[in-house]
Design a protein around this ligand. Structure first.
Ligand SMILES: Nc1ncnc2c1ncn2[C@@H]1O[C@H](COP(=O)(O)OP(=O)(O)OP(=O)(O)O)[C@@H](O)[C@H]1O
Length: 364
């Protein structure tokens, strides 16, 4: 089913989240973000450090510390069983409106989150078994014996050999890759409808990273799960995602199918990002960082004197600014600009940018 026919399982609408900047001022870590995740699809959110990816994802589960954070506006509509027939997500739940108690029922059950650092999710003083069982017993109407069998199965699903023995071990007894798998097993044991994966493989070596992403793809197909994948790695996006949102400075600059974004990037910043793709024999450079909402020119990527949203790309084409909106410039391809000028539309039909992903680090 194409995105246009299906209803999203998760729809973030006009989300804005602020944090303090100095004594009395605040900055928008997330500024009017719109994102949709469709059933069984992977939406990748890319962008440099500090662009608001994690704050967007953590907002879905109300994991932003309030204060200092503040949800300024927006909705996060959740519809666990969307159907093609519904024309409006009218019976969707706004996750931002849920009480702590209501949210605890969803967290870990319908929506699970995994982080770059597994120890964020694992408690060092409890065994792996204690921790997985706790999650299962909390969310599923099963007895202890059945919970053990679900936990064992979850560990073996993520490729952990001898799962019964592993249940008795503590996190420090496992390697980094193994801990990552355990965290994924914990997240998947309750068969969530949506997995929020925040850089789940960045800290791992390339082989384990590939194994885990392959595993997620497999589980996504077999368990009917959607994934919101946050990553810096565009190679990972190309191989794992269906659609991609490019974030910068708290805003989504461009959004569309992986194919459209990679073949016809329209926002100048997306072009910068694509240039950082790994090519034959060269690792991708990590993108420059925007520091804590700062807007000093030094913080912007090479080639920009000012933030991209202030760049006038060519006469008549303004990407961004407070009055810019995401415009659909070709089917299923949105770009942040002030207006869908004829020039912007024409850009969509410019010759294709050739995208070739080569294995990282291989000799020519
Ligand atoms: N608890 C917090 N208190 C204050 N500022 C915060 C907090 N959490 C996030 N921020 C700020 O919000 C902005 C967006 O952060 P976020 O973690 O979403 O970026 P990101 O794109 O996920 O970056 P990274 O790839 O490094 O994780 C940053 O400027 C960050 O410093």
């Amino acid at each position: 089913m194409s995105e246009t026919q299906a209803q999203p399982i998760l729809e973030i609408r006009d989300l804005s989240v602020s944090f303090p900047a100095g004594r009395s001022a605040r900055f928008m870590a997330v500024d009017g973000v719109n994102l949709s995740v469709y059933p069984r699809q992977t939406l990748a959110v890319v962008g440099e450090s500090g662009s608001g990816k994690s704050v967007s994802a953590m907002s879905v589960l109300q994991l932003i510390p309030i204060p200092p954070g503040r949800y300024e506006r927006g909705q996060i509509l959740w519809q666990a069983r969307p159907t093609a027939e519904q024309s409006e997500a009218s019976d969707a739940t706004d996750l931002l409106k849920l009480s702590d108690r209501q949210m605890r029922k969803i967290r870990g059950k319908d929506i699970a989150m995994i982080f770059q650092e597994p120890m964020t999710s694992l408690n060092p003083v409890y065994t792996i078994g204690d921790q997985i069982l706790e999650a299962i017993l909390l969310h599923q109407a099963v007895g202890r014996e059945q919970a053990v069998s679900i936990a064992t199965r979850a560990l073996s699903d993520v490729g952990i050999a001898d799962p019964t023995a592993r249940l008795r071990e503590y996190p420090h007894q496992l390697s980094g890759g193994m801990r990552q798998r355990v965290m994924i097993a914990m997240a998947l044991a309750c068969q969530p409808r949506l997995l929020l994966a925040d850089e789940p493989t960045t800290a791992l070596d390339v082989t384990i990273q590939a194994q885990i992403l392959e595993l997620l793809r497999h589980l996504q197909n077999t368990k009917d799960m959607s994934v919101l994948l946050i990553t810096h790695d565009l190679g990972v996006v190309a191989e794992n995602a269906d659609s991609v949102a490019v974030m910068y400075s708290g805003r989504v600059l461009e959004y569309g199918s992986v194919m459209s974004i990679f073949q016809r990037p329209l926002h100048p910043y997306t072009n910068e990002l694509l240039k950082s793709m790994p090519v034959l024999g060269r690792h991708a450079d990590r993108l420059p960082t925007v520091r804590d909402g700062a807007t000093a020119p030094d913080d912007f990527p090479p080639g920009y004197d000012v933030a991209p949203h202030q760049v006038e790309v060519s006469p008549g084409e303004h990407y961004g600014g407070a009055d810019a909106k995401l415009h659909e410039v070709e089917p299923e391809h949105w770009v942040l600009c002030k207006a869908t000028t004829e020039e912007t539309r024409k850009k969509a039909t410019l010759p294709r940018v050739t995208f070739r992903r080569e294995p990282v680090g291989t000799d020519a």
